[in-house]
Design a binder for this molecule. Structure first.
Ligand SMILES: [Zn+2]
Length: 189
């Protein structure tokens, strides 16, 4: 079977986060990581024991040959081959939810009790949301204004697509979301 192709280490880690154990946990202990060389590039092999149920878990990815320096968080201009448009929508929503929570915490009661500075976490959440919206745009062909069916290639992503409003996958809406997150980053990050 062809190995899943991850454009970057950040994408590998996000992929593993999106694929929890059957018990629901994503956390692991006894993490072992190895790399290998194959004709098409490098392999990256993660083995660990699930924190939730003790199951042995393993993910093996194919990576680009030389670690590319992307400006984007997860990859270059080409769309992901392992995380689909619906999943990126979910990652974006999740990151925005986290940002809202952190913002409330930093302005609310907890501040009085001297909770540590959460700015770096807030910035990280906004950056993840921004990157996820940008990943969604990469699936839209230049002349099109919405994400094509072929960009929903996981069961998870198709389920999210069915739950979300149609407009959530349109270029103009995604671009508006990007503008919004950029303003948040400028104001809060
Ligand atoms: Zn488990």
């Amino acid at each position: 079977m062809a190995l899943p192709y991850a454009r970057s280490i950040a994408e590998e880690h996000l992929y593993m986060r999106l694929h929890p154990c059957v018990c629901g946990s994503v956390a692991g202990t006894g993490i072992r990581h190895g790399t290998g060389v194959i004709a098409q590039g490098l392999t990256s092999d993660h083995e660990f024991v699930c924190k939730g149920c003790g199951a042995e878990r393993r993910f093996v990815f194919r990576l680009p040959g030389l670690t590319p320096q992307y400006d984007d968080m997860y990859g270059g201009p080409d769309p992901s081959q392992i995380i689909d448009a619906g999943e990126w929508r979910m990652v974006a929503l999740d990151a925005m939810g986290r940002a809202q929570l952190l913002r409330r915490q930093s302005t609310g009661v907890r501040k009085i009790f001297g909770r540590g500075d959460q700015k770096p976490q807030l910035r990280r959440a906004f950056e993840e949301a921004l990157a996820s919206y940008q990943e969604m745009l990469k699936f839209i062909p230049p002349a099109a204004d919405t994400i094509p069916d072929s960009a929903f290639f996981t069961e998870n992503g198709r389920r999210i697509r069915a739950q979300e409003p149609y407009v959530a996958f349109e270029r103009s809406f995604i671009e508006a979301m990007i503008d919004g997150v950029r303003s948040d980053l400028a104001a809060d990050g």
